[in-house]
Design a protein around this ligand. Structure first.
Ligand code: IMP
Length: 199
């Protein structure tokens, strides 16, 4: 039986994506391999390139998810550089950069690329909201403690995974992916529990 791999070392990302795809009867496995990231202002280019390279290594059906936080008053920064910015200055650094900004509007975007030759499909999800003045909540990961989605009062980090998934950028992208698989490859469930890979 085949496995559908999510290329990531991030357990939280894997949990979120697994819960969403399970709504479509699809079981995800995790491939913890180095994701090779090119530099580009477009998440679509970064994710597609990483997905092709990952398929070259794994030769198994897979998904690469590349996400970014785009902050209006910082002209879209950190956007495609979100991973590097998180590792270097973290969300505390973002709050400092925004200490004199009244416009707190920001959007999270996920690009999920499915590679299952000859299929190569891109699914995009976006959720906008605002950046808080200080961190709140202990759940989730990354910039979750400083992002409140529009129409809500809680940060992503104050929500449970289920609630975050119903409104999040990743939730939107992976539901599109799940729907597409259910419609176009109804027999493909990716079932193969316990087949995670670490390289
Ligand atoms: P990645 O390259 O897709 O793994 O994500 C880029 C950066 O954005 C990483 O530092 C993540 O921690 C952060 N990030 C990605 N998705 C989320 C999310 O759902 N919530 C908060 N931060 C996220």
């Amino acid at each position: 039986m085949e496995c559908l791999y999510l290329v990531t070392g991030n357990e939280n990302k894997y949990k979120e994506a697994s819960e969403i795809l399970s709504e479509y009867g699809i079981k995800l496995c995790m491939a913890n391999i180095d994701k090779l990231e090119i530099q580009s202002p477009r998440l679509e280019d970064i994710a597609l390139f990483a997905a092709r390279i990952a398929f070259f290594q794994l030769k198994k059906p897979l998904i690469v998810d590349d996400s970014g936080l785009f902050i209006n008053s910082l002209k879209g920064f950190p956007g495609p550089y979100s991973s590097y910015v998180y590792k270097t200055i973290g969300y505390e650094g973002i709050l400092k950069l925004m200490s004199d900004k009244d416009n707190r509007r920001a959007c999270f975007k996920t690009v999920a690329v499915l590679v299952y030759p000859p299929i190569e499909k891109i699914f995009v999800g976006e959720t906008c909201g605002y950046i808080t003045n200080s961190p709140r909540g202990s759940g989730g990961f990354g910039f979750d403690p400083i992002f409140v989605p529009e129409g809500y009062n809680q940060t992503y980090a104050e929500m449970g995974i289920e609630e975050k998934n119903t409104i999040s950028h990743r939730g939107k992208a992976f539901r599109k992916l799940g729907l597409w698989l259910a419609k176009n490859l109804p027999g493909f469930k990716g079932n193969n529990p316990g087949s995670n890979i670490t390289i």
